[in-house]
Design a protein around this ligand. Structure first.
Ligand SMILES: Cc1ncc(COP(=O)(O)O)c(C=O)c1O
Length: 409
């Protein structure tokens, strides 16, 4: 079965927006997706009807606790984890710092970390900064300049018995590249290092399963997959119970992933996240939420792959465009539907401005994927334009974008 795009779009109020009588088009998904009504309703319900701190004997506290526990189950189903392995935080970057800070206390000066040039800086900078505090050596695996794929030989050459973490993105938020997760995790484990996956860009496009993907730690942000602003970490259980966490004293006994939750969390965001997971699961079939998510992501992938190919077929012959990353359609299985490009003779900020005037939301710059922007020689000239397609994007929107890019020539 394919996705019912018309019904899907009707459930997102923001997709009804227009500019000068024309539909407004959201190609800014890699920066943050739109949100269906059910997510906003769940957050409103949490705030208006179940708003209390946890652990009380009274009804609203009991209801709030129940919603928080349900959000752990939802996040566990979404990431392929146990509810005890989930830690919430304000966003992925803050959780990255917190977890890197905790695990680094178990390392010795001279231990090594590997990151990659494909990574968002939130999966690089915390290792540089925490690494400096603890005397760690931080390496970076190169990407191939030609097609934006990861240079696995280089990554392998950086491994050593002192490697403690291989931190990598599961999908580049700049180029759309999907590196081979299981293979990288295998390399990490072959030297006893942790496989640390940034799933922030991957999660709206492909199904996560932390343990099946061979990951020890995984991070994701629901605001990229139709939910509210929130961060989620999934931490392998034995690590979650053993890493030294920063805790206030009465909270010392808090189990597993929860140990990394400092202070009172955003209960309304957790409720909205649960609704986002249930929304995604509603796009699939199956007996359990996890099975419905499997099926939903199969359908999402078919839809997005068609859009990626349609876009590429549309822009391929345009001489005034340079598209970065994988452009060989036979290799499109190794990318998601996120494209970065430049327009000859036009600054990316100017291109974004011109597309915005036509009701098209696109990002320009380096998208915090600083290493990739530098590696591709884009950083000095304003970076690139990035367009991203999600399951609610239509072929007609892609065609209009292609036409608009054509007219920039
Ligand atoms: C691949 C990737 N990793 C990490 C982040 C940072 O996530 P957050 O905004 O939740 O800190 C982003 C945000 O754009 C991203 O695209």
């Amino acid at each position: 079965m394919s996705l019912d795009t018309r019904a899907i779009r009707a459930s997102f109020p923001s997709l009804a927006r227009t500019l000068d009588g024309q539909p407004y088009m959201y190609f800014d998904g890699p920066g943050g997706s739109q949100v269906p009504q059910v997510v906003a309703d769940a957050m409103t319900h949490s705030l208006l009807h179940a708003n209390a701190n946890g652990g009380g004997a009274f009804a609203t506290s009991i209801e709030s606790d129940a919603a928080v526990e349900e959000s752990r189950r939802a996040a566990a189903d979404f990431t392929g984890s146990l509810p005890e392995e989930i830690a919430f935080g304000p966003n992925a970057t803050t959780l990255q710092y917190l977890l890197a800070h905790a695990v680094a206390r178990t390392f010795e000066p001279g231990d090594e970390i590997i990151t990659t040039e494909l990574d968002h800086d939130s999966n690089v900078s915390q290792w540089l900064q925490v690494g400096a505090d603890h005397g760690l050596v931080v390496h970076q695996a190169r990407l191939h300049r030609t097609d934006g794929t990861l240079d696995l030989h280089h990554l392998e050459s950086l491994l050593s018995p002192r490697t403690k973490v291989v931190a990598f993105t599961l999908a580049s938020n700049h180029l759309g590249t999907v590196p081979p997760c299981r293979e990288i995790a295998r390399h990490a484990h072959s030297v006893g290092a942790l496989a640390w996956g940034d799933a922030v860009h991957y999660a709206p496009h492909r199904r996560l399963n932390r343990s099946a993907m061979g990951l020890d730690v995984l991070l994701t942000s629901p605001y990229k997959w139709f939910g509210p602003h929130l961060g989620i970490a999934s931490i392998r259980h034995d690590l979650a119970v053993s890493w030294p966490a920063d805790r206030v004293r009465p909270a010392d006994e808090t189990p597993a992933g929860h140990r990394f939750e400092t202070g009172t969390q955003s209960h309304e965001a957790m409720a909205g996240m649960t609704a986002a997971v249930d929304y995604l699961a509603s796009l699939g079939d199956g007996a359990t939420r996890a099975e419905r998510l499997d099926s939903a992501y199969d359908r999402i992938r078919v839809h997005e792959d068609e859009l990626a190919l349609r876009f590429w077929n549309g822009v391929e012959g345009m001489d005034h465009l340079t598209v970065y990353g994988i452009t060989d359609p036979t290799q499109f299985g190794d990318r998601v539907a996120t494209f970065s490009l430049t327009v000859d003779g036009a600054h990316p900020a100017e291109v974004a401005q011109r597309l915005a005037q036509r009701g098209m939301a696109v990002w320009d710059g380096n998208f915090y994927a600083l290493s990739a922007s530098i590696a591709l020689g884009l950083e000095e000239s304003g970076g690139a334009i990035r367009v991203g397609f999600l399951h609610y994007t239509t072929p007609e929107e892609v065609d209009r974008l292609v036409a608009a890019l054509g007219e920039l020539g």
